[in-house]
Design a protein around this ligand. Structure first.
Ligand SMILES: [Mg+2]
Length: 258
C-alpha cells in the first residue's frame, strides 16, 4: 500500500481492545514510524488525560510521545481556547476537568480532584462528555448555565461506551441528548465524525489533507471524519465493522498498511 507522511489511528478496536493490543498493531505502527511517518493517536474518549493514554499505549509497546495523543477532550479544550472561553461548567469525569484546566480554563463546578458538583454556577460554556455518575441536579446545573447564554459543547455523541468483552454502557451522546432536550439547545460536537480533530492533527503535523491517512474500525465516526477533512481513509475489521463498502479501502487488520 502507498506510504503516507502522516497517519491518524483510532484507538479502541483499531490498536487495542480493552487492555490488549490487537495482534500486529505495535509492529505496524513501529514500522511506519521507522519509515519516517508522523503518527497521531486519536480517540473520541473524553474521560482520560493525555498522560493516561500515553502510558497505556507505551505499556503495550507502542512508540508514543504525549504530543502524539489527541482526544475529544483535548480537542474541546483547544476549541474553548480558540473561542476565548475562560470558564466552563463541566458534565464529565476528572480526566476531562483536568484536560480543560490544563488549557488554562476555569472549571466552575469541580473540586481539587476534578470531581464535579451540581451547584448552580454561571459559566461561559457548558462542556458535556461521558460522566458515569451523571444525575438530575447536574443536568439542572448545566441547563441553567445554557439558559443564561453559555455555549453548549459536547465532546462526542457516541450513543454507547465500549467495555472489554464486547459489553457496552451508555455513552456521552446519551447524556448530551438529555441536556439538549431540557435546554432546547443543540451542542457543537467536537469529536468524530466532525473533522475538527483531524484538522487539528493536520495543523500539528504540518501536513496537507492529501498526505494523511485516517485509519479506524468505524465507518460512521472514524472514516467519516477523515472523509470530511478531505483525507484518504482505511478501514480495519478488528473492531466494530465486519465488512467494508465496495469502494472503501480496507484490510482485515493493520498489516494491510505495509
Ligand atoms: Mg474504534
Amino acid at each position: 500500500m502507498r506510504f503516507y507522511p502522516g497517519y491518524v489511528f483510532d484507538l479502541d478496536g483499531t490498536l487495542y481492545r480493552g487492555a490488549e493490543p490487537i495482534p500486529g498493531a505495535v509492529e505496524v505502527v513501529s514500522e511506519l514510524k521507522a519509515r519516517g511517518a508522523q503518527v497521531c493517536y486519536l480517540t473520541n474518549n473524553s474521560s482520560q488525560t493525555r498522560s493516561f493514554f500515553t502510558e497505556k499505549l507505551a505499556e503495550m509497546g507502542f512508540p508514543v510521545t504525549q504530543d502524539e495523543i489527541s482526544s475529544s477532550g483535548l480537542g474541546t479544550a483547544a476549541l474553548l481556547s480558540e473561542w476565548g472561553v475562560r470558564s466552563a461548567y463541566v458534565v464529565g469525569e476528572p480526566g476531562l476537568v483536568q484536560t480543560i484546566r490544563e488549557e488554562g480554563i476555569e472549571v466552575v463546578n469541580a473540586d481539587e480532584d476534578g470531581l464535579v458538583h451540581s451547584g448552580i454556577v454561571p459559566a461561559q460554556a457548558v462542556v458535556v462528555g461521558i460522566h458515569r455518575s451523571f444525575n438530575y441536579p447536574i443536568m439542572n446545573g448545566s441547563m441553567q448555565c445554557l439558559l443564561n447564554g453559555a455555549r453548549f459543547v459536547a465532546t462526542n455523541r457516541d450513543s454507547t461506551f465500549p467495555l472489554e468483552g464486547g459489553r457496552i454502557t451508555p455513552g456521552a451522546g446519551s447524556i448530551v441528548a438529555g441536556i439538549a432536550t431540557c435546554s432546547g439547545q443543540e451542542p457543537y460536537v467536537v469529536g468524530k465524525p466532525n473533522p475538527f480533530l483531524i484538522e487539528l492533527a493536520l495543523r500539528q503535523m504540518g501536513l496537507q489533507a492529501s498526505e494523511l491517512l485516517v485509519v479506524g474500525d468505524r465507518d460512521d465516526t472514524d472514516l467519516e471524519s477523515g472523509r470530511r477533512a478531505g483525507c484518504d481513509t482505511h478501514l480495519v475489521l478488528t473492531g466494530i465493522e465486519k465488512s467494508a463498502a465496495p469502494w472503501q479501502s480496507f484490510s482485515p487488520d493493520l498489516y494491510g498498511l505495509l
